[in-house]
Design a protein around this ligand. Structure first.
Ligand code: ADP
Length: 503
């Protein structure tokens, strides 16, 4: 294609709480953004649902706005990135979902997971899929829909129903039902995908009782996913990339090979350590996941997720009313007595990696009469740093045991990292160099980069790495002995939050 103006790329970022279309230029600079919030449904204790039709309508609307803002003929491609694991099942003929989407946070399949664990299947599942047995992943959510929507299982077996994570659902809708596909990063979060063979796994399909007939075709993360139709979005545009949000963020952080690690601090926190072409099995309860699949070459990462990162700051704001704006959290924390021993363990919905403990609950420990709002605010911010250290310790152990290089710095992004105090605290309490990039919209940027790769705007991932720009580096200033003493206190606090009945 010959153009006089440089081509633009639209990243469609379908997240848990919002749907965004971001227009990027060839240098990764944002031209315009269009966003809609997404309704959350909580129909039962621990249940979380989204309406797939609302997701589709919102996606269509924001992409249409992006196409209009970019101008006629200026958009080269669309890249899709999405909340992972969230499960949609739809009728292939009508294109209608058979039920609401079950969101990644939904815990309704805890019992199904416990049954599989009791059958001693966790190690075998982990070997094939890289994942642990947890309701977080798609497989048991599909099973739930097939068992609870009347007639669904028989229809799935007859090939009448399709399953997809949000990316597949959007590709299907954008292409007018022509393409039913996903990419390897999203497939690697379903528990049905063999991450070594790069194919749906017969054993996993049988253990989770999911018919193969309903599964999408698995493609590379950059490449053709069909054409999004003019009748739907205002222009015929090739969909040239699909990647799960955390993997896209890793690309946006130029975290593309061994020694690179990124952590995203939004509502929760997701850390990825790249292990190149090597699939490292975790012995410390992390996940092994596909980082990218490009040109048929798969790369892998170790991943750890924390449920409460920015959500802890929201809790301090909304429930304890310590401040009225998250940005003021550090002003308060700075007033804290440096000798305070207060620890806050934000296990409001249990603990994620590396504990995977659904029964742990939140706790504030070590209070004296001297402690008040400032000390509790500081403990809240520090809890995110301590939880990051938990993940980094597990990653370091897994990487060392596998003979992989230790990551040199932690690249951070997400809503919390605008907070300089938090970034410095993260460096101090983890003992790592923290790197904050200029563009912290790394998820959308990653999808745009991948789409750029798909249309040939970038020749290789090396050019993506060269486009990454550092905003600020934070070096640890706390002496190691003080860091370790504080971490030991954190570990004690976590132990108390986990074994409440023993107290
Ligand atoms: P998500 O994508 O998960 O919705 P974002 O990346 O937009 O989240 O980040 C929002 C989160 O970051 C909120 O939970 C909020 O409490 C937290 N946050 C925002 N600004 C700050 C700040 N200055 N200091 C600490 N936390 C912040």
């Amino acid at each position: 294609m010959i153009t006089t103006t440089p081509p633009l790329v639209i990243a469609l970022d379908q997240g848990t709480t919002s749907t965004r279309a971001v227009v990027f230029d060839g240098k990764g600079k944002i031209q315009s953004q269009h966003q809609l919030t997404l309704t959350q449904y909580y129909p039962g204790d621990g249940w979380v649902e989204h309406d797939p039709e609302e997701i589709w309508r919102a996606s269509r609307e924001v992409v249409m706005a992006a196409v209009a803002a970019a101008g006629e003929g200026r958009v080269a491609a669309i890249g899709i990135t999405n909340q992972r694991e969230t499960t949609v099942v739809w009728d292939r003929k009508t294109g209608r979902p058979i039920a609401n989407a079950i969101v990644w946070q939904d815990r309704r399949t805890a019992e199904a997971c416990a049954r599989l664990k009791a059958g001693n299947l966790e190690a075998a599942v982990q070997r094939r899929s890289g994942l642990l047995l947890d309701p977080y992943f798609s497989a048991t959510k599909i099973g739930w829909l097939l068992d609870h929507v009347p007639g669904a299982r028989a229809r799935a077996e007859a090939g009448e129903l399709a399953f997809g994570t949000i990316d597949s659902w959007l590709v299907y809708k954008l292409t007018g039902g022509a393409v039913h596909a996903t990419d390897a990063t999203n497939a690697s979060r379903t528990s049905l995908f063999n991450i070594a063979d790069q194919d749906w796994d017969e054993d996993l399909l049988s253990w989770f009782a999911v018919p193969r007939a309903m599964l999408p075709e698995v493609r590379d993360s950059a490449g053709s996913f069909g054409t999004a139709l003019k009748s739907l979005i205002g222009a015929d545009l090739p969909i040239m990339a699909v990647a799960g949000d955390q993997q896209a963020a890793a690309v946006g952080q130029a975290c593309l090979g061994p020694g690179f690690m990124k952590s995203t601090y939004g509502t929760g926190c997701f850390a990825l350590a790249h292990t190149g072409p090597r699939q490292v099995a975790s012995k410390h309860r992390l996940l092994t996941t596909v980082a990218t699949r490009l040109g048929g070459e798969t790369t892998y990462a170790l991943e750890g997720s924390i449920f409460m990162a920015g959500a802890t700051i929201q809790w301090l704001r909304d429930k304890l009313r310590l401040f009225d704006d998250a940005a003021k959290s550090s002003d308060l924390a700075q007033q804290a007595d440096p000798n305070s021993q207060v620890m806050l363990v934000p296990a409001f919905t249990g603990l994620g990696a590396p504990y995977w403990d659904p029964d742990a609950r939140g706790a504030i420990l070590g209070l004296t009469r001297n402690d008040g709002a400032a000390e509790i605010a500081r403990a809240g911010l520090e809890s995110v740093s301590f939880q990051t250290r938990d993940l980094l310790e597990a990653m370091a152990a897994d990487l060392a045991e596998a003979g992989e290089p230790a990551p040199h710095a932690l690249r951070v992004d997400g809503g919390m990292v605008v907070n300089d105090w938090f970034c410095q605290n993260l460096a101090d309490l983890t003992g790592r160099t923290i790197e904050r990039p200029v563009v912290t919209e790394t998820t959308a940027l990653g999808a745009a980069f991948l789409a750029g790769l798909g249309v040939g705007a970038f020749a290789s991932v090396d050019e993506i790495a060269a486009a990454w720009r550092l905003d600020r580096r934070f070096e640890p200033m706390l002496p190691a002995a003080a860091r370790d003493a504080r971490y030991a206190r954190w570990q004690e606090a976590v132990a108390k939050a986990r074994h409440r009945t023993a107290d």
